[in-house]
Structures are given as structure tokens and as C-alpha cells.
Design a protein around this ligand. Structure first.
Ligand SMILES: O=C(O)C1=N[C@H](C(=O)O)C[C@H](O)C1
Length: 281
């Protein structure tokens, strides 16, 4: 059984000459796990999943599968789509993963019943656990606490990124369903864990895996201290559409070879990269 606890590093997909750079990806994945990440997320928002071909997605999963097996940790794969049939197809193609991160169907803004049915259909189409990925500022579909709990009924857990600790977040965490709630906004990892989240999925952990892993373990004054110390880093990393700043920092540190992102993402402004590097713990 997979334990969704601690920090899962959401990996960038490095490119070199326009192709997926498997060597850089392997290096990054191992670095995150050496730093103490509880597992890896491939093909999340950070992985530019929407900009990869099906073949590239499989190559990314193969590299991450090998590294996760070496370290004995779980691999979660992003596998969402706007439509239910497409999401099911993508979920089935992600058989190399241990669990799936399935985004709330975006753009169409289906009804709440439609969203619950979507997750029930995807979850029942695969054998592995499905984590629902709620990110209303990206999907355009806000789910109130009541609907989040209905979704949670049909999946194994939820990655919750509302961009704030709002009333729905408080109600979701207070419900204490026994199923894991993972924080998806890096800045809210610590507050959400204090309120009952079991961990988080964070892009920032690619850069500072040790600090984020420690943050997820620290309930005392040290946790609050680390939270405060990491906020400037998170702020700089998300100052531009993710993962541009993150990739530039990783390339600057030699973790990946090339900072390239795919259009319509663009190279970041140098001042944000500098700010992020200066904020490294
Ligand atoms: O990679 C992801 O998926 C993540 N999602 C959040 C987002 O929607 O930006 C942020 C998190 O750091 C990683």
C-alpha cells in the first residue's frame, strides 16, 4: 500500500536540443530522493505534461520508474485530460506509475455531479490509486468543500491547491476523512500540514529537497522557522509561470543541462532566477 505522506517532489521535464533529456531527469530524480523526498511526481504541472507527446510521457515515466525502484519509493504520474474518455486512456497508458494524479476536468467547467462522475469513471478504470488534483486557478472549476468530499469518496486522496487557506480548505481538512490530503501550493505546505494534510506535492522540492523534506517532518518551532525561510524561494520560483524559473535555477546549479521550456512558456527574467538562487537555504 502506498503511503501518501511527506513531500513528493514534482519534477521538471528537462529538454536538450528539443528532446527529453533523460540523463538530466535521472540526475534530478536521484537528487530529490537523496535529499529525503518521500517519492516523485512526474508529468505534473511542473513537468510540462501538457506539452509532451505520448511517447515522451512514457520515456519520462520509464526514467522515473527506474529511479523510484532503486530508492524503493512511490512514483505518481500526472494523467489528466479535459474529457473523461481521454483521461481514462491516459490513466491506462500510465501503467509504469504506482498512483495517478488526475486533474479536475478543466476549461469545460462541468457540473459538480459531472466532476464526481469523471473521477469515479477514471478511478474504476485502473487498478492503482487515483489522487484527484484540485487546482481551480488553472482548471477554471471551483469545487466547494461538499463536492471535494464527494470526490474524495471515489478516489484515494486529493492534492489540493486552492491558492489560499480558504473556507473550503478548512472544511476539507476538518472533515478528517482518513484519506490523504496533499498540499499542492508550495507556500501552504506547512500551514496545511498543521491543519491535517498528510504531505505535499511541491515543485520547489526539486531545488531544495532536504529543506522541504525536513519541513514536512517538523511540527515544532523548527517547522515554522523553515516555513518562513522557504517563502522567499517559493515566491521567486512562482513569480513567472512555472517551471521557467525553477528550470533556470536547476540549470544554473548544474542539476540539469538546459533550462529550456516549451512554448508558450518562456525563459524567465534573470532577476527572478537570481532572487530564487539567493533565497536557497
Ligand atoms: O507539478 C505540479 O503538479 C504542481 N502543481 C502546483 C501547481 O499547480 O503549480 C504547484 C506544485 O509546486 C507542483
Amino acid at each position: 500500500m502506498i503511503v501518501f505522506r511527506g513531500v513528493f517532489a514534482s519534477l521538471v521535464t528537462p529538454f536538450a536540443g528539443g528532446e527529453v533529456d533523460e540523463g538530466s531527469l535521472e540526475r534530478l530524480a536521484a537528487r530529490c530522493l537523496d535529499g529525503g523526498a518521500a517519492g516523485l511526481v512526474a508529468l505534473g504541472t511542473t513537468g510540462e505534461a501538457a506539452l509532451l507527446t505520448p511517447d515522451e510521457r512514457i520515456r519520462v515515466l520509464s526514467v522515473c520508474r527506474t529511479v523510484c525502484d532503486e530508492y524503493g519509493v512511490p512514483l505518481i504520474a500526472g494523467a489528466g485530460a479535459m474529457g473523461t474518455a481521454a483521461a481514462i486512456a491516459e490513466a491506462r497508458e500510465s501503467f509504469l506509475a504506482d498512483a495517478l494524479l488526475v486533474v479536475v476536468p478543466y476549461y469545460l467547467r462541468p457540473s459538480d455531479d459531472g466532476v464526481v462522475e469523471h473521477f469515479a469513471a477514471v478511478a474504476s478504470s485502473v487498478k492503482m490509486p487515483v489522487i484527484a488534483y484540485n487546482v481551480p486557478y488553472r482548471t477554471g472549476k471551483r469545487l466547494a468543500a461538499e463536492t471535494l468530499l464527494r470526490v474524495l469518496d471515489v478516489v484515494a486522496g486529493i492534492k489540493h491547491c486552492p491558492g489560499a487557506i480558504d473556507d473550503d480548505t478548512l472544511a476539507l481538512l476538518a472533515a478528517d476523512t482518513g484519506k490523504p490530503v496533499l498540499a499542492g501550493d508550495d507556500a501552504y505546505l506547512y500551514p496545511m500540514m498543521r491543519l491535517g494534510a498528510s504531505g505535499g506535492v511541491t515543485a520547489s522540492a526539486c531545488l531544495a529537497p532536504g529543506a522541504f523534506a525536513e519541513l514536512a517532518r517538523s511540527w515544532d518551532e523548527r517547522g515554522r522557522e523553515l516555513h518562513g525561510a522557504l517563502l522567499p524561494l517559493v515566491d521567486a520560483l512562482f513569480a513567472e509561470p512555472s517551471p521557467s524559473v525553477l528550470k533556470a535555477c536547476l540549470a544554473e546549479l548544474g542539476v540539469i543541462d538546459d533550462p529550456a521550456v516549451r512554448a508558450p512558456l518562456r525563459a524567465p527574467r534573470p532577476e527572478n532566477v537570481e532572487r530564487a538562487l539567493k533565497a536557497l537555504p
